[in-house]
Design a protein around this ligand. Structure first.
Ligand code: ATP
Length: 508
C-alpha cells in the first residue's frame, strides 16, 4: 500500500539523518498523521502561520504570536535541537524572494534553517526539520539540505477502498461494482481529501451515487489541471475530417487510435503501447489542428504543456514542474499530452551557463520519461523548426514516428477550401469552382486558405451580396501574400532538411 511506502520512506530518511524533509501535499492532516506515525520517542514542535509555536502532538500553544524566526531561535543549539522534530507549515513565503529583492527577515530565516540543517548533517544533533507545503519553493541556500517527499496519488485499490468506506459510513444503498470501478477510474489523480469531498457533494445532491456524478468528477479534474498552472485542458471541437489532406498522417493516427482504444487487447496480442509522435513543419499547415483532431479520434482528454510556464525561477523548480506535469498527465491518463513548439523548450541544450544547464537536465528528464513511461499518455510534440531541436530527440525509437507537414499540394488545397467553405457558407459550396481556387493558390498554407475564405465572406457581406462566388474568393487570393512569399528562404532551407532526414511526409 502507498501509505506504508511513504511512511517507510520517511522513516528511512529520518534515520539516515536527512536534515530537511519537504513534504509536498495540501493534505496537512494526512501529513500530520504520517509524522505522528513515525515520531516515536521524539519531541515534536510545530510552527504554522495561524497559531505560531505549538506542541505538535497536543496542538497546545507554546507561545502565541511567535514569529518563525523566534521559534527557530529556540532550537538553534545542539542541546535544544537533539532528539527533536520540527514541523513547519506556511513557510514558503519566507523562501519566495530569495532571488529577488532580499527581505531581511526572510534571509535570517533561511540562514537559521541552514545553520540547523548543517548541525544535523554533521551528526551533531539527531533531529529532523519537516516542511509541509502545497507548492515547492526551495531557496538556493537550502537546496543541498532538502529532500522532497511527495504524497503520491492513491492507487486504484486505495481509491476503491475510499469509495466503499464512504458508502458504508453513510449507510448508503449498495452501489453496483461497475459504477465503483468507473468512479475509481475517474478519481485517479485526486487526493483522498478531494475524493471524500466529491463523494460528499454527490451524496448531498440526491442521497445516492449515480453515473451522473461522473461529470462532477471530471469537472474537478479540470480544476486540478487549471490549478497546476502548467497544463491546460484543451476543449475539442475538431475531428479528423476537418483536416484537408495529410492523408499519410491521418491513416497513421487512425491505426494508432485503434490500438489506443483497445490497449489491453492490443498488448495481449503483442502490440507495443503507442508512445507518441513528433510533427514538424512550417507554421499554419495544420500541426495544432492535427493534435486536436487526433485526440478526438482517441476519445481522451487533450492536455497542453506550456513550456514557458514550466521554466521556473528557483533552483530545481523547472525539473520539479516537469515531473509534476508528467505525473499529472499520468494520473489523468489515458490522455494526449501536447507539447507545442517543443524546439522552444529545448533550445540551447549543451550550452554553458545556468539556463542552459537547466534546459539540458530538463531534456534528459523528458527523454527518460518518454522511454520509461508505462501509462497511456500519448505525446504529440509539434515543432516549427527542427534545426533547433537536439538530434537525440530525432533518433529512432524516441517517438513512434516523425512526420513532416509541408505546404499543401493542389488536391489538398482543394479539400481545405471545401472544408472552410462548408464550415461557414455551406449553401454556396456547390456553385464554387474549387479546382480553380486550388490552381491559383500554389504556395498557400492551410491557414492562408482559411484567411482567404474569411476575407471573401467579409467582403461579400460588406458589399451587400447574398452569397460568395468563385470571383470573390479569387479577389481575396490576389490580395493575400502567401506564406511561401513571405518566408521563401526559410521554406527552401527547411524543405531540404526534411527531404534528407528521417521524416515521413504527412501528405500522400
Ligand atoms: P503554428 O505552428 O503557427 O501553430 P500550425 O501548423 O499548428 O501552425 P494550425 O494552427 O493547425 O497550424 O493551423 C491554423 C489554422 O489553419 C487551423 O486552425 C485551420 O483552420 C487551418 N488549417 C491549416 N491546415 C489545414 C488543413 N490541412 N486542413 C484544414 N484547415 C487547415
Amino acid at each position: 500500500m502507498k501509505d506504508n511506502s511513504i511512511k517507510s520512506k520517511l522513516m528511512r530518511y529520518m534515520d539516515a539523518g536527512f536534515p530537511i524533509i519537504y513534504i509536498n501535499t495540501f493534505e496537512e492532516d494526512k501529513a500530520d498523521d504520517l509524522i505522528r506515525s513515525v515520531s516515536r520517542g521524539r519531541e515534536v514542535y510545530e510552527w504554522n502561520g495561524t497559531c505560531g509555536y505549538m506542541d505538535f502532538q497536543t496542538k497546545a500553544p507554546m507561545m502565541e504570536d511567535c514569529s518563525l524566526e523566534y521559534m527557530l531561535d529556540q532550537h538553534r543549539t545542539v542541546d535544544t535541537l537533539d532528539r527533536q522534530a520540527i514541523v513547519l507549515k506556511d513557510v514558503t513565503p519566507f523562501f519566495e524572494d530569495s532571488k529577488g529583492v532580499v527581505n531581511p527577515e526572510n534571509a535570517r530565516v533561511v540562514s537559521k534553517l541552514k545553520g540547523m540543517a548543517r548541525m544535523i548533517n554533521q551528526g551533531m544533533a539527531d533531529a529532523t526539520i519537516l516542511i509541509i507545503a502545497r507548492t515547492i519553493v526551495i531557496p538556493p541556500e537550502l537546496d543541498n539540505y532538502i529532500t522532497i517527499l511527495e504524497m503520491e496519488p492513491l492507487s486504484d485499490a486505495e481509491i476503491r477502498d475510499v469509495i466503499r468506506t464512504f458508502i458504508s459510513d453513510n449507510r448508503m444503498r449498495m452501489v453496483r461494482e461497475e459504477l465503483i470501478e468507473e468512479m475509481a477510474m475517474a478519481f485517479k489523480g485526486l487526493t483522498e481529501f478531494e475524493i471524500n469531498n466529491l463523494l460528499a457533494l454527490s451524496y448531498a445532491q440526491d442521497g445516492e451515487l449515480t453515473r451522473s456524478d461522473l461529470k462532477l468528477i471530471f469537472d474537478q479534474k479540470q480544476q486540478m489541471i487549471r490549478k497546476s498552472g502548467i497544463l491546460e485542458m484543451i476543449p475539442l471541437k475538431e475531428t479528423i475530417d476537418d483536416i484537408g489532406g495529410l492523408e499519410n498522417l491521418k491513416t497513421w493516427f487512425r491505426r494508432k487510435a485503434k490500438v489506443y482504444k483497445n490497449l489491453n487487447k492490443a498488448e495481449a496480442f503483442g502490440v507495443d503501447m503507442p508512445k507518441g509522435v513528433l510533427i514538424a513543419g512550417i507554421s499554419g499547415c495544420g500541426k495544432s489542428l492535427t493534435a486536436k483532431a487526433a485526440t478526438s479520434l482517441f476519445e481522451v482528454p487533450l492536455l497542453r504543456l506550456d513550456m514557458g510556464r514550466l521554466m521556473g525561477k528557483y533552483v530545481g523548480e523547472s525539473e520539479e514542474n516537469m515531473r509534476k506535469a508528467t505525473a499529472l498527465a499520468e494520473a489523468i491518463s489515458p490522455c494526449v499530452l501536447w507539447i507545442d513548439e517543443i524546439e522552444k523548450a529545448f533550445a540551447g541544450i549543451g550550452g554553458t551557463g545556468g539556463g542552459a544547464e537547466v534546459t539540458t537536465r530538463l531534456f534528459g528528464n523528458f527523454l527518460t520519461w518518454m522511454q520509461e513511461k508505462r501509462s497511456p499518455v500519448f505525446v504529440v510534440a509539434t515543432a516549427n523548426d527542427v534545426t533547433k531541436l537536439p538530434p537525440e530527440l530525432l533518433r529512432k525509437g524516441r517517438f513512434d514516428e516523425i512526420f513532416y507537414v509541408g505546404l499543401p499540394k493542389k488536391g489538398e488545397r482543394r479539400r481545405i477550401f471545401e472544408i472552410h467553405i462548408q464550415k461557414r457558407r455551406p449553401q454556396d459550396l456547390a456553385a464554387i469552382d474549387l479546382n480553380e481556387l486550388a490552381a491559383k493558390t500554389e504556395g498557400f498554407s492551410g491557414a492562408d486558405i482559411e484567411g482567404v475564405i474569411k476575407d471573401a465572406i467579409e467582403s461579400a457581406f460588406a458589399d451587400d451580396k447574398d452569397r460568395i462566388q468563385t470571383q470573390d474568393v479569387l479577389t481575396a487570393i490576389r490580395n493575400t501574400h502567401s506564406l511561401s512569399e513571405i518566408m521563401k528562404e526559410d521554406l527552401d532551407r527547411l524543405a531540404k532538411i526534411y527531404e534528407t532526414g528521417n521524416f515521413k511526409n504527412a501528405s500522400k
